[in-house]
Structure formats: structure tokens, C-alpha cells
Design a protein around this ligand. Structure first.
Ligand code: PLP
Length: 411
């Protein structure tokens, strides 16, 4: 008799986005003439930049020609891309990496979800709360989190690190010892960042406790403030305890094209029962060579073009466009007297809902009275209750229109 992985049965339904879709559909059905604007999406709207399109076209031509056709590529990705990643994203910040420490992939979602596979079942996992749900669900599927308690919205064996206005969105070290720590900065959903000193607290913790940090820097390109670290490896000692995930999705409109990379320094280890230290690089390589056959050549050529002079200029313009949207949202909401966070080093704006509104009540108010869709903060974890996320990925016109409508609301 075939048996299920019953951990899958413990997962709560994809409540958040299904519920949002249901409420929006119902509203549109009752109000067919209303123009509803979504500032809830986590997807980009601007197209691939011309340098990338040109590189992809050229690569497609190569693939259609007998002399230049390529079959399976290297598991870890092509050297032409790894070399540019290292030079542009790391050496420029004083971080040395070797080519075999970079694993090019088809997405930070799959990498952040899959990485837990190489860790033992009995590790204690910690996540910041609110959180990008992939870290939680992938560990729940693996059976590491105990049971989901719907009355608290928490997994029984997961350590939650609350990030709220009260602590300035800076997670405090856990009271209970943890082994695997997920950090995401710039943060989705709060849009907040950590300084080098604040990150160092975690690096030191990981070093002292033989723990590992899984650092998701998918929004690194949105950092505008000078002193904010773009990579965890800017923090002294991080190369011994941290794995870093990067993505071309939000940096260069690759959400539908798919390219990302994960840095696994050879000095990062996990331990056997006997206390023997084993480099994660070796195991991740083993995992990837077994389960992944490489990112398409055409896509990697497109990603390479992101690093050309012209490509950099073009993606910078695109990011500035979104960050101008972020500013419009932020200043618009602030002018209403709302407490607003993020939107300076990230494309996400996280706001405290006005007194008397929880996350979902605010969602309904915005939908029904301003015809604007956002994301209720509680959907990202229990500490997101009483918060709300808006994104800067819409068009300028829609962003301005949405902010004007919100300004006309009475709270
Ligand atoms: N990490 C975070 C924090 C994200 O918000 C997202 C996408 O929304 C991802 C990773 C996924 O990135 P990718 O498109 O590379 O899979």
C-alpha cells in the first residue's frame, strides 16, 4: 500500500492568496464597473531590459546552429556567468569566492526550499516572523516543524523571531538554542534591512552555537542606503557559517525567465552525530548533480548580460522606477499619519493598520472603499497581524491612482 508523506497533510491550505483572490473576485462580481488596482503582487511588471533580450536572442541563434549548439551544461552553471557574478557582486565588495562556491540555478524559491534537504531531521529551525512562507513550508514538508496549531498560526517545533515596530524589525536572538536560521534582507514582507552590526550579532551567534544562517538576499539590488550590507559575507566571520541566496528575478525581471544563484563557501559546515564537520558545499553539489540538470544556456547568457555596462544601466533605471513608486506609496501613506516601514531599501512597504483594523479588516476597507488590493500582514506569520503589505511593482499610473484613492479614505 502506497503511503503518503503525511507531513504534507499538516500544511495549512494556501489560505492567504486563495482568500485574497476569493474576496477580490466576489467584489468585482458585485461591482463590475470598478477599476480595481493591485498593489499586492510580488511580481515585476517591467519587461526584460534590451541588453538581456539581445543576449537571449543571440544565444537562441547559437542553439539553432549545429556548430554552436549546446546540450547539458555544467551542473553548477557556466563559468562565463559565475565569473561575472563573483567579480561584480562580491569582489567589488571585498569578498573573495572561488567558482565552485557559486551554484547557478533556476530560482531562489527552489534553492531556499531545497537547501534544508541536506540537514538532519532533528535540527531546530528559526525564522523571522513575518516571513517569506517558503522557508517554513519546505521544513514542514520535511517533517522538521511538528504540528501546525491553527489557533496560534504557529508550528509547534519552529522558533519564531518576531519582527515588529516594537523591536524596530530587528530580530532578537532566540531564547532556545537553534541550528538553522533563515534571514532575509532586504526583507520580504517588511521591506526592512539590518545594518552590518545587527547582522554580526547573528553571525556571532551561529559561530558560537555551530549553527548555520541561510541568508536570502533576493532584494539586494533595491538597497539605496550606503551603509547597508548587500551580502552577509560583508560581515566578518560569515563565510564560515552562512549560505547566501541571490536571484535575477527582482533584480532584472527574470521572474518568468528563471535564473538565480546560491553561494556555499567551502568553509561552511554541518556536523555528523560523531561531531565530524562536513562542508555543505560538497553535499549541496552532490544534491544538485543528482536532482538538477542546470539552468538553460540561453537564460544564463541573458543573466550574463545583466552585468554588462549597458545592462547595469538599464536594470538600474528599472529599479529606480520601482523605488520611485515605493516613495510615492510611502510618502502618501505617511501624509495620512500612518506608521510606514520599508520602501527605502526594498520594493515593499509595510504599514501598521490604523487603530480598530486588523490585517483583514484593513484589506476589506481598501478593497471596498479605495478599490485597491494589498496583502494582509497576518498571512506572513502571527507577528504580521495588524500590518499590511503594499508593493512598488505596479505601473506609475496605477501606483499614483491607488495612493490618491487611499488618501481619500476616512479611518
Ligand atoms: N526569496 C524571496 C524573499 C522572495 O520574495 C522571492 C520571490 O518573491 C524569492 C526568494 C523567489 O525568487 P525566485 O523568483 O528566484 O525563485
Amino acid at each position: 500500500m502506497v503511503r503518503l508523506n503525511e507531513n504534507y497533510l499538516k500544511l495549512p491550505g494556501s489560505y492567504l492568496f486563495a482568500e485574497i483572490a476569493d474576496r477580490v473576485t466576489a467584489f468585482k462580481k458585485e461591482n463590475p464597473d470598478v477599476d480595481v488596482i493591485s498593489l499586492g503582487i510580488g511580481d515585476v511588471t517591467k519587461p526584460l531590459v534590451p541588453s538581456v533580450v539581445e543576449a537571449i536572442r543571440k544565444a537562441a541563434d547559437e542553439m539553432g546552429c549545429e556548430d554552436t549548439f549546446r546540450g547539458y551544461g555544467p551542473y553548477q552553471g557556466y563559468d562565463f556567468l559565475a565569473e561575472k557574478i563573483i567579480r561584480h557582486d562580491f569582489i567589488s565588495r571585498g569578498i573573495e569566492l572561488s567558482m565552485d562556491e557559486v551554484f547557478i540555478s533556476d530560482g531562489a524559491k527552489s534553492d531556499t526550499a531545497n537547501f534544508q534537504e541536506i540537514f538532519g531531521q532533528d535540527n531546530v529551525v528559526a525564522v523571522t516572523d513575518p516571513v517569506y512562507p517558503v522557508y517554513v513550508d519546505s521544513n514542514a514538508m520535511a517533517g522538521r516543524l511538528g504540528d501546525y496549531d491553527s489557533s496560534t498560526g504557529k508550528w509547534t517545533n519552529l522558533v519564531y523571531l518576531p519582527c515588529t515596530a516594537e523591536n524596530g524589525f530587528v530580530p532578537a536572538l532566540p531564547e532556545k538554542k537553534v541550528d538553522i536560521i533563515y534571514l532575509c534582507y532586504p526583507n520580504n514582507p517588511t521591506g526592512t534591512v539590518l545594518t552590518k552590526e545587527q547582522l554580526k550579532v547573528w553571525v556571532d551567534y551561529a559561530r558560537d552555537n555551530k549553527a548555520v544562517i541561510l541568508f536570502d538576499a533576493a532584494y539586494e539590488a533595491y538597497i539605496t542606503e550606503k551603509d547597508i550590507p548587500h551580502s552577509i559575507y560583508e560581515v566578518e566571520g560569515a563565510k564560515d557559517v552562512a549560505v547566501e541566496f541571490r536571484s535575477f528575478s527582482k533584480t532584472a525581471a527574470f521572474t518568468g525567465t528563471r535564473c538565480a544563484y546560491t553561494v556555499v563557501p567551502k568553509s561552511v559546515v554541518a556536523y555528523t552525530r560523531n561531531g565530524e564537520a562536513v562542508p555543505l558545499n560538497r553535499l549541496w553539489n552532490r544534491r544538485q548533480t543528482t536532482k538538477f540538470n542546470g539552468t538553460p544556456y540561453i537564460v544564463q547568457r541573458g543573466a550574463e548580460a545583466v552585468y554588462s555596462e549597458e545592462g547595469q544601466k538599464q536594470i538600474r533605471e528599472m529599479i529606480s522606477y520601482y523605488m520611485e513608486n515605493a516613495k510615492i506609496i510611502r510618502t502618501g501613506l505617511e501624509s495620512l499619519g500612518l506608521s510606514v516601514y520599508g520602501g527605502i531599501n526594498a520594493p515593499y512597504i509595510w504599514l501598521k493598520t490604523p487603530a480598530g483594523y486588523d490585517s483583514w479588516q484593513f484589506f476589506d476597507k481598501l478593497l471596498k472603499e479605495a478599490f485597491v488590493v494589498g496583502t494582509p500582514g497576518v498571512g506572513f506569520g502571527p507577528s504580521g497581524q495588524g500590518y499590511f503589505r503594499l508593493t512598488a511593482f505596479g505601473s506609475r499610473e496605477n501606483t499614483e491612482k491607488a495612493v490618491e484613492r487611499i488618501k481619500n479614505l476616512k479611518f
